[in-house]
Design a protein around this ligand. Structure first.
Ligand code: AGP
Length: 619
């Protein structure tokens, strides 16, 4: 989950690379570095800490003018966040022949390669796996006649694991070479200039014309040409695409935090996720649904594989998809699914939910499902990323770039997309009649406005968050679709406020967790609707009594007009009345604001929380 940028063209490479890194810093911010080629010499600057540390270093010790360069922001895997471990890594030799390399991923056989290099007398200057690539390239280059792409192909054939590699060699000025296996890398096609990056956000200011790269490919960039081969040197297919959002979408747009912006964008994101899904025939149409109705009619089980917030979206969807299709839906943490012996086959539809489309746990689970013969569908927010490329079908969420590490609008649009898939299955299997599908689509069509209403009433939530900023633990309880919302609320508090928080199914409290309740323990209660879920509402009131009797302090997220909860809630946050299955779309928003405000009150870096990265591209 590092940020990678490469550039060759007419502009000053340093400017293009550093501004690109700034767009990618959410992917990792333990250290940063750049390398350029100027007058046949390699020049490198790198520094531990955030990008601003590197920029200060560049101010004190500037790089020479150059039009070829690479840059990297790091999320540490092998070796701590130090100057020495920062990328780029450089082979032995002087400025006229040393090779510079940057890397995203993990080279799983690096120890073996390090010992081979040590036996050959090479001295390592870092603890990283990446450095071995720099030395291997330098070692192979002479035999290739100085062909950096050929050397990269040979090196890649010796590597195992996940890697995106980008390298430059002062002996090959005006050339940037990249390679990818299981890790993101996209090409930006400019006029007289070309770009490489982990994410299109790095070059969308300069061009919206991009190329997806496939598995095990090497790309060679010059200012006027892009050549893509496989690891054996054969020409490889690429898939051009156009970035479907403006550069401004990757900026804060006047908000102090990306997270605040992305919370506020949720009504529009939900509307965009729904837009254009119903054809003139009144039937549901899903982009790139490359599974025909006959296949969908034969499905006898759905398995959702995802991580973190995306897994919570899958848990929410389970209730609706089972209700609409009568197909069993299992929701599995991707990292667990891959390493057990799951029962999947040609009649299983495995749905991989991923905002980034690059989460390694989810990608590997998808590949495991494909190997077992399952039909696969990706729900993803990043066009051109790996997971949708490898799935049979894809439903994009169209939420626009989500920069803050803590996922917000992606979560709501993942629920929308999963609901659309559920309705599509019900339509293909004629499990629901068209009028029922139309009714549910109308309920969904109301959601952007309902989410907007919640945003108008979140000020009390901010005050509440500041009041609880010193709490040591917060519990979240929910029932039915409110249970995954409780899990999501707890996750937000963990990742932003660095506070212990735990979500429970409310009915589960009395089977153990209620022992956690002490005088004043804050318990956030996602209260089911007294109108659309009266039985669950009654049960939840009993659960609230149970925890209050033991001293809990109740923060209720409750529907407008629900007066029965009022006497038992120390604080009540109101959300609009919506149909039961739609409640997560409104009840999650106060929890996002609660966590964001609490983290702000505690002085944390909300957009780039400690130890985290936006896209976890290692297992
Ligand atoms: C959520 O706030 C976190 N950023 C994290 O749990 C995230 O949802 C998870 O890593 C999955 O990421 P993905 O959707 O890009 O696959």
């Amino acid at each position: 989950m590092c940020g990678i940028v490469g550039y060759v063209g007419q502009q000053q490479a340093l400017e293009v690379v550093v501004s690109g890194l700034r767009r990618l810093e959410y992917r990792g911010y333990d250290s940063a570095g750049v390398a350029v080629i100027s007058d046949g010499e390699l020049a490198v600057r790198k520094k531990a800490g955030k990008l601003t540390n590197l920029e200060s270093l560049l101010g004190d010790d500037p790089l020479p003018a150059a039009t070829t360069g690479i840059g990297h922001t790091r999320w540490a895997t092998h070796g701590g966040p130090t100057d020495a471990n920062a990328h780029p890594h450089v082979s032995e030799g002087d400025a006229r022949n040393a090779v510079a390399v940057i890397h995203n991923g993990i080279i799983e056989n690096f120890a073996e390669l390090r010992s081979e290099l040590a036996q050959a007398g090479v001295e390592m200057s870092s603890e990283t796996d990446t450095e071995v690539v720099a030395h291997m390239l330098a070692d192979i280059l002479p035999a290739t006649g100085g062909d950096l792409a050929a050397a990269m192909r040979q090196v890649c054939q010796r590597l195992t694991g996940a890697f995106t590699l980008v390298a430059i060699d002062p002996a090959c000025p005006g050339v940037v070479v990249g390679a990818r296996r299981n890790s993101p890398l996209v090409v930006g096609i400019g006029a007289g200039e070309n770009f490489l990056a982990s994410d299109v956000a790095a070059f969308v200011d300069h061009t919206k014309d991009a190329l997806e790269l496939g598995q095990d490919q090497v790309v060679t960039l010059t200012a006027d040409e892009v050549v893509v081969t496989d690891f054996e040197g054969n020409p490889a297919p690429v898939r051009p695409f156009t970035v479907d959002w403006d550069a401004s979408a990757a900026e804060k747009g006047g908000y102090d935090l990306f997270m605040l912006k992305e919370i506020a964008e949720q009504p529009k994101a939900v509307a965009d996720a729904l837009r254009g899904r119903v054809g003139p025939d009144g039937r549901l149409h899903l982009d790139e649904m490359r599974l025909d109705d006959a296949v969908l009619r034969d499905i006898d089980k759905v398995v959702v594989v995802a991580c973190g917030t995306a897994a919570h979206a899958g848990l929410v969807a389970k209730y609706a998809v089972e209700h609409w299709t009568r197909i069993p839906v299992e929701v599995e943490l991707a990292s667990e699914f891959r390493y057990r012996d799951p029962i999947v086959g040609p009649r299983t539809l495995v749905i991989a939910i991923s905002q980034s489309g690059e989460t390694m746990d989810t990608l590997m689970a998808l590949r495991h499902a494909i190997a077992q013969g399952a039909r696969t569908l990706a729900i993803c927010n990043t066009v051109g990323s790996t997971i949708p490329r490898e799935a049979d079908a894809v439903v994009y969420t169209y939420a626009g770039p989500e920069i803050a590490v803590a996922s917000t609008k992606a979560f709501l649009t993942q629920i929308i997309a999963a609901y659309l898939v559920g309705l599509y299955l019900a339509q293909a299997r004629e499990q629901l009649d068209p009028s029922a599908i139309a009714r549910i689509l109308n309920e969904l069509a109301d959601m952007p406005q309902k989410v907007d209403l919640v945003l108008d009433t979140v000020e009390p939530v901010r005050a509440l968050a500041r009041r609880f900023a010193d709490a040591t633990s917060v519990l979240f309880i929910g029932r039915n679709v409110g249970y995954p919302v409780a899990l999501e609320g707890a996750l937000k508090l963990k990742e932003l406020a660095y506070m212990h928080a735990e979500g429970f199914a409310a009915g589960e409290l009395k089977h153990g967790p209620i022992a956690l309740i002490e005088e004043g323990t804050p318990v956030v209660v996602i209260v089911p609707s007294p109108v659309s879920s009266p039985l669950l509402h009654d049960k939840m009131l009993s659960n609230v009594q149970e925890v209050r009797a033991r001293g809990a302090l109740i923060i209720a997220i409750a529907e407008e007009g629900d007066d029965r909860i009022t006497p038992y809630a120390d604080h009540c946050i109101r959300v609009p009345a919506v149909p039961a299955l739609m409640q997560p779309l409104v009840s999650t928003v106060p929890l996002q604001v609660f966590a964001c405000e609490m983290a702000t009150a505690k002085g944390h870096d909300v957009d780039q929380p400690r130890n985290l990265a936006k896209s976890v591209t290692v297992e």
